[in-house]
Design a protein around this ligand. Sequence first.
Ligand SMILES: Cc1cc2nc3c(=O)[nH]c(=O)nc-3n(C[C@H](O)[C@H](O)[C@H](O)COP(=O)(O)OP(=O)(O)OC[C@H]3O[C@@H](n4cnc5c(N)ncnc54)[C@H](O)[C@@H]3O)c2cc1C
Length: 375
Amino acid sequence: MTVSVWQEVPEPIQVEHDDAVIGAGIVGAYTATLLRERGRDVALIDARFPAAGASGRNAGFVLTAQREPYPVLIEQMGREAAREILTMVRENVLRMRSLANRFAIPLEDGAAHLAETHAEARELEHWARELEADGATVEFSHGDPYGSSGYTAMMQIENDFMVQPARLTEAIAATSGATLYDHNEVYAIEPAGECLLVRGRRAHIRCHRVYIATNGYGCDLHPYLHSIVRPVRGQITVTTPVERLINVAGITENHYFRQLPDGQLFIGGARAFFEAQEYTAEDAVTPNLHLNLVNYLRLRFPGVEFEVERQWAGIHGFTPDRRVAVGFLPNERRVVFAVGFSGYGNSIGLVAAERMVALALEGRDPGPLSATRFA
Ligand SMILES: Cc1cc2nc3c(=O)[nH]c(=O)nc-3n(C[C@H](O)[C@H](O)[C@H](O)COP(=O)(O)OP(=O)(O)OC[C@H]3O[C@@H](n4cnc5c(N)ncnc54)[C@H](O)[C@@H]3O)c2cc1C
């Protein structure tokens, strides 16, 4: 997204705050909360409105997981760093649960990682054992949780759950204590003497620090962000209600699905089959990917009658190694970012926000989340 000279209002309001947080998704809303808790006066800015982005469009899985399975994380980073990520994710899941409870947001306990072949079942069991070795409580079993859908094994991790993600993000933003500037797309962050000037379509905000929480959308804010985060689309289909079929939400290598409280089947994923087309920031649905989603439901739950009721798309931010990046903009220690959640912002977004605030205010190294790994 960008802003043309014609779109800016004739006289944008001129305001001052200690800090400006750009992006009112779950990460920006929680960042604003943390900054207010430290007594700072905060502007929370969004191009649209709170939860307009991925935080209001995702599948609601809150999982003790990252994009790469735990054994792959260990291989990539070494056990110690992988364990540190696991610790963060476990903490994040508990914090998400406690926020959902605090704001009385509906949640459903449990989610099952599923194997579709015997080889995948062996990999899933290995994943379960590695998690257990590092202290997580995991249930692994052979067989199909839905009876006759053809899955070969499942793994459930303690505390994983499903949430209504838009309501949760809205509640965090609304109670953050920040001043909200919605419909105010930011197009420039400029030095202004001792301060920074955040130029948006409707408001120009003078402040001391800027926190970028735009995930996949914010690449245009600074060329450096282009090099570490890439917009990637995710699409979801929801059907008309059917009899209760899915007692626990499922995640396979390429699909994820659940059944909503009113009976609708909810399915997303399939991006791997359409990689080239899905590397985009365009928030649009495509017939080919949706056909894949519907066909997957028909394959796994044969004979069930449904129509498609809703379809939508959302934009992820993917980093080269599929893990969030927290850091400063080059040569500008007053501007920090936490972007590139790679499809797992519900699992690590709150802790990443906390690490971003600690980096900005205390210079504390974000550890394995540090963007310096891409230097
Ligand atoms: C289809 C789909 C399904 C997903 N399912 C899951 C899931 O089940 N579990 C999970 O953990 N994660 C899931 N994710 C990923 C998860 O939604 C994200 O990781 C998370 O929401 C990122 O939060 P965020 O606050 O960083 O970004 P966002 O929620 O995208 O917020 C960024 C905000 O920045 C604003 N913005 C952008 N540019 C500007 C600008 N220039 N000026 C002002 N504002 C700007 C946008 O309007 C937006 O509101 C899914 C994502 C998608 C797309």
